[in-house]
Write a protein that binds this ligand. Structure first.
Ligand code: ZN
Length: 194
């Protein structure tokens, strides 16, 4: 079950998965449970602390049917592209681009709300597969945003720590007011600085 803001697992740094756990049935069962919870929600990413388990594991996936409610323009603005199912154990942010992009973000552990959050446009993340093989991932746009959001969970941070507070809105209000509009228009209406 996905835990919500207020649960202590969301606010403490998660522990590294021990080498002897890699490829083990316990870790593989956890990854399966995370994938099932992410898909059932549905969400595009999940970190183990969101199941109340304080371990450094994340999963992500985004598919065309989950973007069906977006217009082509919205997809482009968010640089939202398909993200194949990926699970990373003990992920580390290795590098990020100097530029940041700002867009709406939500969290399964803060259900019903969204806000604008600045994120690096491009990141390089390294870690291990659940089987223990080294992996390295370069991502930009939407997948880079998901990665940064899930990495934050592993350090006990939530998007509300990084959001532009004035943009905090319920999902219904955000959809009603901001859907199909550019970031510039939204920023102007919210009175955000350039
Ligand atoms: Zn989240």
């Amino acid at each position: 079950m996905i835990v919500h803001a207020g649960h202590p697992a969301l606010r403490k740094p998660a522990a590294l998965v021990a080498p002897d756990e890699l490829g083990g049935s316990k870790l593989l069962a956890l990854v399966d449970e995370m994938i099932a919870a992410m898909r059932a929600a549905p969400g595009v990413g999940l970190a183990a602390p969101q199941l109340g388990i304080s371990l450094r594991v994340l999963v992500m996936e985004d598919t065309a049917d989950r973007m069906a409610h977006l217009t082509d323009e919205e997809r482009k603005e968010r640089a939202r592209t398909d993200v194949p199912l990926t699970a990373i154990v003990n992920p580390v942010l290795e590098a990020s681009s100097p530029e940041r992009g700002t867009f709406f973000e939500g969290c399964l552990s803060v259900p019903g709300y969204s806000a604008l959050v600045p994120r690096w446009r491009e990141v390089v993340v390294s870690g291990l597969t659940p089987q223990g093989a080294p992996m390295r991932l370069r991502a930009s746009g939407w997948p880079a945003r998901i990665l940064q959001h899930e990495l934050d969970h592993l350090d006990g941070a939530l998007y509300i720590d990084r959001m532009i507070a004035r943009s905090f809105a319920t999902v219904e209000e955000a959809r009603k007011r901001w859907s199909g509009r550019s970031f510039e228009e939204i920023a102007a209406e919210l009175g955000l600085p350039d």
